[in-house]
Design a binder for this molecule. Structure first.
Ligand SMILES: C[S@@+](CC[C@H](N)C(=O)[O-])C[C@H]1O[C@@H](n2cnc3c(N)ncnc32)[C@H](O)[C@@H]1O
Ligand code: SF4
Length: 472
């Protein structure tokens, strides 16, 4: 429990507390004071008092608020590293997008390393962020009018135990599919005139390949008139147990450029434990099926899955590399509300997870892959990160745009979150569609109207459900 004399800082400081296992049980009091360029943070813990002083120059009130937050969090991080005798790979950084902070700092001072070191980020992670920024060169483009299109298909063959995405087994949702495809068709038709410069399309979920051939064809047909410029086109086909030659043919015929064959693990024991309902053999078969097609392939892995040993994870990394997809994404297990695994799983030792991540970084680098996007999540095991790795020149535009929030994201379907970028005002306006399918279907007229308002205007004009958020 933490209480601060500055109430708005409490949730920010709690994010730091949560980074240290066991720290939530502590009773911590906090005061902050700014005098000129000095940021003073004091903490009370039982009868002990701890004080930290930093100096920095803020030019505007907004900058000052951000520095108050920065130094309060850093001071608390220093205190907790003293108490728990350990440092963390991302130091006091709790944000989802470390690269965004780095880009902002580069704009101000020409580099970001000094800030990251001050915040306690490890040399290795600072270097990783540098490599991501380097790999994004030529793709990173902050420009009003640039847009990515996301199509949400929240249906899966079965629910995996670790997954908290809003998706449901197709057996329980099949009856909604025709109406859902109808609503998607209407959304896509309305979206056409709202898109200026389309950079990429991503049909994701869920597991798009769980749809039947005719249903998938309907979605691809509806997207076609919007993608006249032949831009990057991903279908997150997904689980290998849904792959058929007919669906791959369809994707090729509609100009899809990238698909996902997601392993999560190549260990049959792990795959059974996480309820994937497919084996490593199915993965090899899916890779073989996709090989003759002109698609770039992405393969997702997760570090920290139930009961997985270091050796099993290393095997998964080695197998993914051997299969040689254009992209390999290494997630760290993140257990949120909605994942069955949450109650069942024991926390993995930080050391084991750190070894897994170190292994993936070393092996992928040695195999010629470069990190091209990275993000962190709350509740992520061991305060680590997710990293997308790519072969040279094969980085996925959609992932870069979404992570860096440099473009509009016009997202259609249930639980789709659209974002409109107002670059000059340095802010983003979001619109989240209802998460569950029946509510989405019932509200489709309102959704069309509100998205039209958001993307049709140059200033944004929404009320109610959408949330406004300044750019960090
Ligand atoms: C939206 S899911 C769709 C993937 C597709 N349905 C499949 O399973 O093959 C995208 C990716 O998120 C990752 N993911 C899902 N739940 C996760 C969790 N709890 N922790 C870490 N990564 C997770 C998985 O690697 C998954 O492939
Ligand atoms: S990991 Fe993929 S297949 Fe499994 S439940 Fe989540 S979205 Fe569905």
């Amino acid at each position: 429990m933490l209480t601060s004399s500055c109430k708005w800082l409490e949730p920010e400081l709690m994010d730091v507390v949560r980074l240290f296992e066991g720290a939530e049980a502590l009773e911590i009091g906090h005061d902050t004071e700014v005098t000129g360029t000095a940021y003073e943070n004091k903490f009370r813990l039982g009868v002990h008092e701890y004080g930290y002083r930093d100096f920095d120059l803020a030019r505007t009130p907004l900058e000052q608020k951000s520095l108050i937050k920065r130094y309060a969090k850093l001071s608390l991080y220093r205190l907790l590293t003293e108490i728990f005798h350990k440092t963390l790979p991302w130091g006091s950084l709790t944000g989802i997008r470390p690269t965004r902070l780095a880009y902002g700092q580069i704009e101000k001072t020409g580099e970001f390393g000094e800030l990251f070191r001050t915040l306690g980020v490890s040399e290795e992670n600072t270097a990783l962020v540098g490599r991501v920024i380097e790999e994004q060169r030529g793709l990173y483009e902050k420009k009003e009018g640039n847009c990515d299109l996301f199509v949400s298909l929240p249906f899966c063959p079965t629910k995996c135990a670790y997954c908290s995405f809003i998706t449901a087994p197709i057996a329980a949702t099949e009856q909604f599919v025709p109406a859902y495809l109808e609503a998607l068709g209407r959304e896509l038709e309305t979206a056409g005139p709202l898109i200026k410069n389309l950079r990429s399309v991503y049909i994701g979920g869920g597991t798009p390949f769980v749809l039947g051939v005719k249903e998938l064809e309907r979605v691809l047909k509806a997207v076609s008139p919007l993608r006249k410029n032949g831009c990057e086109y991903t279908v997150e086909a997904g689980r290998p147990d849904t792959f058929t030659a007919q669906k791959l043919d369809l994707c090729r015929d509609f100009g899809v450029t990238r698909i996902c064959i997601n392993a999560q693990s190549f260990s049959d024991k792990t795959l059974a434990a996480i309820g994937r309902r497919h084996t490593a053999e199915d993965l090899y078969r899916a890779f073989e099926m996709a090989a003759p097609y002109p698609f770039d392939v992405n393969c997702d892995l997760i570090a920290g899955l139930t009961g997985e040993s270091l050796g099993e994870f290393q095997w998964s990394v080695d197998e993914a590399i051997r299969l040689s997809p254009a992209n390999i994404t290494v997630h760290t297990l993140c257990l949120k509300k909605g994942a069955k695994l949450k109650e069942e799983t024991a926390r993995l030792g930080d050391g084991l997870l750190a070894d897994m991540i170190a292994y993936s970084r070393e092996k992928l680098t040695a195999a010629g892959y470069e990190p091209y996007y990275l993000y962190r999540q709350k509740y992520m095991a061991g305060a680590h990160e997710n990293v997308g790795w790519t072969k040279k020149g094969k980085a996925c535009v959609y992932n870069v745009d979404v992570m860096e929030e440099t473009c509009d994201n016009l997202a259609v379907g249930a639980n789709a979150i659209s974002k409109k970028l107002f670059a000059e005002e340095a802010r983003i306006e979001r619109y989240g569609s209802p998460k569950d399918i029946p509510t989405y279907l019932n509200k489709i007229d309102t959704i069309l109207e509100e998205k039209n308002k958001l993307f049709g205007s140059s200033r944004g004009s929404l009320e109610g459900e959408p949330t406004r958020r300044p750019l960090a």
